[in-house]
Design a protein around this ligand. Sequence first.
Ligand SMILES: C[S@@+](CC[C@H](N)C(=O)[O-])C[C@H]1O[C@@H](n2cnc3c(N)ncnc32)[C@H](O)[C@@H]1O
Length: 164
Amino acid sequence: MSYPSINSVAGSASRNRDAILDALAPFLEQVVSSSKGGTSNKEEGPERVLEISSGSGEHVVAMSRRWPDVELWPSERNEEQLQPGGWVAVYGAFMQDDGTFASEGDAKFHERFTSLHPDFGLRKVPDVEAVARCYGFVMEQRIPMPAGNWMLVFRLRGTKGKQP
Ligand SMILES: C[S@@+](CC[C@H](N)C(=O)[O-])C[C@H]1O[C@@H](n2cnc3c(N)ncnc32)[C@H](O)[C@@H]1O
């Protein structure tokens, strides 16, 4: 399968970089303190943060500069098994809860995907949350981001991991 070009929204990785890092900060700082405090499981090695859809790599490079002690794994298409208690942060554009779009750009983005396949396109956050719940994830945070985007933080139910 081919994916839309990472250059399709020029400069967006740079524009949203700082807001993304700030939203992730409580989670990444928890990873740093787990590693330094020795609470990570020795048999499994240090805590790892996997970035899926790293694209240009700009965000993961900025994360590595801000949190040099975190083991970051950039990837473009990846399926990894998350440990119980592990978290997933999803950032991007979503359909608004009333079915409208936050901007003309989001509406066009949605149209572009639905023209490829009717099942594609932007989703409503509660619909994403419902699917995630079926797979054992609890949505812990729904963080409003610039340009009408959202950062959603899900935790896989289980015992490992701590609240940020
Ligand atoms: C907005 S870019 C990511 C920006 C990136 N964080 C950066 O720093 O440049 C979105 C990425 O998602 C990837 N992508 C699109 N559809 C995907 C899919 N279904 N599965 C995995 N990756 C996908 C694209 O190839 C692209 O690299």
